[in-house]
Ligand binder design. Structure first.
Ligand SMILES: NC(=O)c1ccc[n+]([C@@H]2O[C@H](COP(=O)([O-])OP(=O)(O)OC[C@H]3O[C@@H](n4cnc5c(N)ncnc54)[C@H](O)[C@@H]3O)[C@@H](O)[C@H]2O)c1
Length: 355
């Protein structure tokens, strides 16, 4: 038997189902919390096997966005939307317009953006029906790729973790393994090399490795992520897919710090405890990879690159705050980060505005 929204007991503030008969739109918006402001989070367009699966996903993702936005210091709550269907077949301009009207009907409690299965061109269509959308194309007044800010934020989080672990934020001379050198990973390694770190990379796509090698001919390359995990590293930076650390490889990890851009790096939350017990400092992924959402959220206020850079640089301070709490309360960095986000949500918008 499947459970209804209330029976699931996830604590969401509001869950709204949207259906459009003419276009076949089936969408769900999940709002976990609007305590700090409107819920911001992307629209995932995905061929869910069932309505139940879609509901689970939107509840999980909107919960995650609430924590991420709160820790990023944004005056925004946590929301997310899913559209049920195969985007390759079901995504039509008329359906996206209907979706835009659905978002608009929430009168600004939810602000949408891109996610898996949607892109800037789709947001341009959504924006013809509602102003509650960010992540539009540059041609339509959007602000483009968030990856440079995501990479910069991960770099700041890594420096804060280094300061906590080694007494100096400098990564010069440290050996960092970057798994996945796509949009974020290759920019992250640029920051690292500039500071004098030694970097080892891996990627499943040879062309991604070749692109890095063209810029940095002497870079060391590991055969795959598991080899990189076993390599003598100071920092392991997962910048590819989720679930990279799992029960089968966590004990082989040689690095003292894990800090990267990938979402959901741990296959299950219990691994945060396993890493902590082994003395590995795990920088919560949703804290350090928030540069992208900070960038996209700024579109709401008339984009200002300096403000985005300053806000992203604060990931350093938040990471330090989380690690101080970790020591004080003897909890994992993930538990400390969650606690800080919950405190900020409980304090609500006035406290957020005075930060
Ligand atoms: N782009 C952003 O601003 C942003 C923001 C927040 C979070 N993230 C997360 O960061 C991660 C990287 O994002 P991106 O935008 O750089 O994506 P991307 O697709 O540009 O790069 C990912 C890279 O990882 C490689 N890869 C895939 N599977 C791999 C594996 N098993 N081992 C090694 N390499 C593998 C891919 O070939 C690719 O080069 C993703 O998990 C993404 O969700 C990105």
């Amino acid at each position: 038997m499947t459970l209804g929204v209330f029976e699931r007991g996830t604590g969401h503030e509001q869950v709204v189902f949207g259906y459009d008969r003419a276009t076949g739109l089936k969408a769900i918006v999940g709002l976990y919390s609007t305590a700090l402001g409107p819920g911001l989070g992307g629209t995932r367009f995905y061929p869910y096997a069932s309505e139940d699966e879609a509901l689970d996903d939107v509840l999980r993702l909107s919960h995650g966005m609430a924590y991420k936005n709160a820790l990023a210091g944004l005056p925004l709550g946590g929301g997310k939307a899913v559209i049920i269907g195969d985007p390759a077949v079901a995504k039509t301009p008329a359906l996206l317009e209907a979706y835009g009207r659905f978002v608009d009907s929430l009168a600004g409690r939810y602000i949408t953006a891109v996610d898996v299965g949607t892109d800037a061109a789709d947001m341009d269509i959504v924006a013809t029906q509602t102003k509650y959308v960010v992540g539009r194309s540059a041609a339509a007044g959007g602000i483009g790729d968030p990856s440079p800010y995501t990479a910069f934020g991960v770099y700041q989080g890594m420096r804060a973790a280094a300061a906590h672990r080694w007494g100096s934020e400098s990564l010069a001379g440290k050996r960092v393994g970057v798994a996945g050198v796509g949009k974020v990973g290759h920019l992250l390694l640029g920051h690292l090399l500039e500071e004098g770190a030694e970097v080892v990379i891996t990627d499943v796509r040879q062309e991604a490795v070749d692109a890095v090698r063209r810029l940095y001919p002497n870079i060391a390359v590991a055969a795959d992520t598991d080899e990189l995990i076993r390599t003598e590293l100071d920092v392991f930076a997962p910048c590819a897919m989720g679930g990279v650390l799992h029960d089968g490889n966590v004990d082989a990890l040689a690095a003292e710090i894990v800090c990267g851009a990938a979402n959901n790096q741990l296959a299950h939350p219990g691994l945060a405890d396993a890493l902590h017990r082994r003395g590995v400092l795990y920088a919560p992924d949703y804290l350090v990879n928030a540069g992208g959402v900070i960038h996209v959220a700024d579109e709401l206020h008339g984009y200002d690159a300096d403000r985005v850079r300053q806000r992203t640089a604060r990931i350093f301070d938040t990471m330090r705050e989380v690690l101080t709490l970790t020591e004080k309360e003897n909890v994992t960095p993930l538990a400390a980060a969650n606690r800080l986000a919950e405190e900020r949500m409980a304090a609500g918008a006035p406290a957020a505005a005075s930060r």
